[in-house]
Write a protein that binds this ligand. Structure first.
Ligand code: GDP
Length: 140
């Protein structure tokens, strides 16, 4: 067990439905701490870069336009094994496959508009956090 940081995004489908607080409540109830947070509008360049691993997938353009369709809340979460812990709280990518009690089961609209993002590795968490937060914005 180790204390890790992970990067989270509350996606436009969730901010549009006023679910930021409900999602934060699930995050905090799981024991993870929200140690940095801001609401931003992602640019087309930022979203394209963020999801570039999916650039060859048929849904890439739709995904970029979804992620820029409204404000998102970017966050740094900290806790024991935060990366896998948050993936568990999020639930499966496709909400129809997500376990009961997970954010995606409860709130996601569909496989694309699935309410939250969470890093999938320590390395990606560090890259994603550095992309959206300056060091002085993470106060613990
Ligand atoms: P995640 O790590 O669970 O978010 O899943 P992925 O890294 O596989 O996919 C990134 C994001 O792309 C997902 O969270 C969805 O918003 C979107 N996505 C994934 N698979 C599909 C798909 O088959 N169709 C569409 N339209 N979007 C998808």
């Amino acid at each position: 067990m180790s204390i890790q940081r992970t990067f989270s995004i509350i996606k436009p489908d969730a901010t549009r439905r006023n679910l930021t607080g409900a999602i934060n409540s699930k995050i905090e109830s799981s024991g993870l701490r929200i140690i940095a947070q801001k609401r931003i509008q992602m640019s087309n360049t930022q979203a394209s870069e963020f999801y570039k691993v999916h650039a060859e997938r048929p849904f890439y353009n739709d995904l970029v336009s979804f992620m820029t369709s409204g404000p998102v809340v970017v966050q740094v979460l900290e806790g024991e094994n935060a990366i896998s812990a948050y993936r568990e709280v999020m639930g499966a990518t496709n909400p129809s496959m997500a376990a009961e009690g997970t954010i995606r089961k409860e709130f996601a609209e569909n496989i694309e508009a699935n309410s939250v993002h969470g890093s999938d590795s320590d390395e990606n968490a560090a890259i994603e956090i550095a992309h959206f937060f300056n060091k002085d914005e993470i106060v613990g």
